[in-house]
Design a binder for this molecule. Structure first.
Ligand SMILES: [Zn+2]
Length: 592
């Protein structure tokens, strides 16, 4: 960015906050109304902006005032300058666009694996993975684990899984595990398979698949519950490593204008880490944490006891910074891995029917219902992973039955992913939302992009037209909450905004828009799903999700106006400044 001398002088004058002044003009408010009551005034005012408020009328404002971390007024430059205190700091947006801080309602909030493991999300050939493993094993001690994640056969020119045979030649002395980007499968080398006692004779574990070649030999690819045969042997990251992973996640979130996340599975020490970072004042992202409820009543009861000891949402720790939200359950597996529970068989390469494979529920459906009942009856929020149409039906029918038995408004039970809901599921969600404030899709538009090519291959031409039916939702008055499912897709919410509008796959293996555009929504609607509707699924809609007086000042400033740029450019939005409760947590200038 070009900076003139005026910028530089202002920067010198306000070196108290140099990072801000680097690119946004800051000065003291000049005008002040004599009748000004100090308590109404802003510590900080934003002027000369295009402030997208995402209020009821989707109104746009020029300026806003912040006092004590809260928005106290919104209006024109004049109106805001009038009420501003004499010593208010001023951020001159110079025409830039601001939005509420963006919210991700499904993010595995941890970059530890990306920092300490092999990063495979950018590779385009099997040989690149092999080379990375070779480099890593050459600097590892014999027997030491080599792990990585992020690969996706849909992005490899070979369009096939990585196998043990690929890895064995460069890793004879080390066990290797490379997780797929979906997290629902991965590949082990022969050393790791041996440690996990996986051989030709090993039967598929319950809820899992050991992928085999034509001769019945394991290929190294393990799906769903079968992954545990190997992954349970990998030593966990240390607490210090995980702390670094969470802090990096927070910083990276802020750099994308993001200020809140729903974390579906705060097992191990993650909850303690969140508490610790809050106490140390190092937390820069609001977290709504779910605990994984397991796959049987026993695990559900253990989690139930933990949750009962915590305040229920909207109660929170540190004024809306951390919530013990409820429980996450699973109904089925993955669309890319063709394990999700569907009515009609999965496809391979889009047109080859995989005869007999309709996926499966990865939990006993009746047990699942009893588990939800345990939580529902106690007033605990439940969100369930359901990708396939049959799994989604089971989940929404479970919610509907339990709500009929014990009507409770406002528990906001969610359907995570909710990829291909049937008409029945759509009608049910519409009714549950209207009658009980429940039944909300927590969905990830960027699946259509980042894993869109394997989705197009698996779902098949007819079924995939109804993938993430956002347009139908709007017609039925259904609201949904956006997310990334990071590390399944890159976490930046701009990708989700863009995907909701254009529905394009990464590589266009089966055409650039195999899912059609009939279910596209406009950017105004897409933005709601990453702001006010997402806030609702975090039980924080009274605090965040829109820029209105009384709400917390979580704000993102962008280099361009997402409401007027061509749709394809939404993906390239660049965040310049992020505020959390009126405090600067990120500036683009400082990061350079
Ligand atoms: Zn997930």
């Amino acid at each position: 960015m070009k900076r003139n001398l005026g910028w530089f002088i202002r920067w010198l004058a306000f070196a108290v906050c140099p990072a801000l002044a680097m690119f946004l003009s800051i000065s003291h408010a000049l005008a002040q109304s004599p009748s000004q009551n100090k308590s109404d005034s802003g510590d900080l005012i934003l002027i000369n902006g295009k402030i997208i408020t995402v209020d009821q009328k989707d109104s746009i404002a020029q300026a806003l005032a912040i006092h004590d971390g809260k928005i106290v007024a919104i209006g024109t430059n004049e109106e805001i300058r009038k009420i501003a205190a004499k010593d208010s700091r001023v951020i001159d947006l110079r025409g830039r666009t601001a939005t509420p801080g963006l919210i991700d309602t499904h993010c595995h909030f941890d970059e530890t694996e990306r920092i300490y493991g092999l990063e495979l999300s950018k590779i385009t050939r099997v040989s690149e993975a092999v080379e990375l493993v070779r480099q890593k094993t050459s600097s590892s001690k014999p027997g030491e684990w080599v792990t990585g994640s992020g690969w996706d056969e849909g992005k490899l020119t070979e369009l096939r899984y990585i196998t043990a045979a690929d890895l064995d030649k460069v890793s004879p002395g080390n066990p290797v595990w490379l997780g797929h980007t979906t997290g629902h499968y991965g590949v082990a080398n022969s050393y790791a398979l041996h440690l996990g006692k996986v051989s030709r004779q090993t039967k598929d574990p319950k809820g899992g698949i050991i992928d085999r070649d034509a001769a019945g030999r394991p290929t190294g690819v393990l799906k769903e519950e079968a992954m545990g045969l190997v992954t349970s042997l990998i030593p966990p990251f240390s607490k210090d490593q995980q702390r670094i992973g969470v802090l990096k996640m927070m910083a990276d979130f802020n750099s994308e204008g993001m200020t809140a996340a729903k974390d579906p599975g705060t097992e191990g020490i993650r909850w303690d880490l969140y508490q610790e970072l809050l106490k140390e004042n190092k937390s820069t992202v609001r977290i709504f944490a779910l605990l994984y409820g397991g796959r049987d009543l026993e695990s559900a009861r253990a989690v139930f006891a933990r949750l009962q000891a915590q305040p229920k949402p909207p109660q929170s720790f540190a004024d809306g910074m951390l919530l013990s939200g409820g429980v996450k359950l699973y109904m089925d597996g993955s669309g890319g891995g063709r394990t999700a529970w569907v009515y009609d068989p999965w496809f391979k390469k889009r047109t080859e029917i995989e005869i007999g494979n309709t996926g499966y529920p990865n939990i006993d459906p009746q047990t699942y219902r009893q588990m939800v009942k345990l939580f529902h009856d106690a007033g605990i929020h439940v969100s369930t992973h359901a990708v396939g149409d049959r799994a989604i039906d089971w989940v929404v029918d479970t919610y509907a039955d339990l709500l009929r038995e014990k009507p409770t408004k406002g528990l906001r039970h969610g359907i995570i992913h909710c990829n291909i809901p049937t008409d029945h599921a759509i009608e049910t969600m519409a009714r549950l939302q209207r009658d009980y404030d429940s039944g909300y899709p927590e969905t990830q538009a960027p699946f259509m992009w980042w894993i869109g090519d394997i989705y197009a291959a698996s779902f098949g031409a007819k079924r995939e037209q109804r993938l993430m039916p956002y347009q139908t939702y709007t017609q039925k008055n259904i609201i949904w909450a956006g997310g990334s499912d990071y590390p399944v897709t890159p976490f930046a919410a701009r990708y989700g905004l863009w995907s909701s509008v254009v529905r394009k796959t990464l590589n266009g293996v089966y055409g650039s828009q195999p899912f059609g555009t009939a279910e596209s929504v406009d950017i105004h609607t897409a933005l709601k799903s990453y702001t006010i509707w997402a806030a609702h699924q975090l039980f924080l809609e009274d605090r965040i999700g829109s820029l209105e007086p009384g709400k917390d000042a979580d704000i993102a400033v962008w280099d361009r106006d997402l409401y007027s740029i061509p749709s394809d450019e939404i993906k390239n939005l660049h965040c310049e400044l992020t505020l959390l409760r009126g405090k600067v947590v990120y500036t683009a200038a400082e990061s350079k």
